[in-house]
Write a protein that binds this ligand. Sequence first.
Ligand SMILES: C[S@@+](CC[C@H](N)C(=O)[O-])C[C@H]1O[C@@H](n2cnc3c(N)ncnc32)[C@H](O)[C@@H]1O
Length: 250
Amino acid sequence: MLIFSLFLGWTPNQVFAKIARQLQGDNAVNRVLEPEELMDEVAQAEAYATSDFAEPHEAFVTRFAETFPDFSSGKVADLCCGPADPTIRFARRYPDTCVVGYDGAESMLTFGRKAVTQAGLDFRISLKHQLLPIPARTEPQFNAVLCNGSMHHLPNSTILWDTVKNIGMIGSLVFIMDLTRPATTEAAEVLVQQHTKATDPKLMRRDFYNSLLAAFRPEEVRVDLDAAGLDHFRVEVVSDRHMMIYGQLR
Ligand SMILES: C[S@@+](CC[C@H](N)C(=O)[O-])C[C@H]1O[C@@H](n2cnc3c(N)ncnc32)[C@H](O)[C@@H]1O
């Protein structure tokens, strides 16, 4: 199959992605997009903004620090920043940075702006209403581009890779974390049971299930990165439901 597929013009990574999917069997679940790409409803934004994500958001910043130990200062973009909790944690960890958070949902940004003011970080964090992809700009580019827990909201990952290339420059650090899609719907149900409490709101459990089914698989990300000319970027599975994607723009 490998030889035949290469003959058809597929890249080796495309072939391996296909083999991986076949090995998952007939049950392998296809990506099911989130019912709404943006989280623009006030109630939804409030539910998200008031949830406790301290542990995963702190882990996001810690993993960035472990991945890029030499980074200390500069201009940073946080894509799909939502209510800006990871944005604030990042700015606190790196006092010599200025961070611009972008999100397409104004209701999320309203919560984010309040949180930034409460954190006393208005002088270093600005939040902008902006739908991805962000077009190429003439303003100074970013030294680092972040995105946490949002890639699965996008209809395709090219939107993210185009944005990264448009707002980054040679040497920019790129760091993304997101869910990975389980192989089957049954595996998604097990993850929901393992990582939520019976007392958690039903809506939250349902949203987590939907997010898992909307997520990309690591091998799909690999193929998309290669197609975007980011073949030197790494994709690492870091838990039973998370992957991190990182690299430096050339
Ligand atoms: C699950 S939230 C994550 C927010 C934040 N990064 C965090 O870790 O808490 C996903 C966010 O992506 C935003 N989003 C989805 N698609 C977008 C797009 N095309 N452009 C900009 N923002 C988008 C949603 O509005 C939402 O705020």
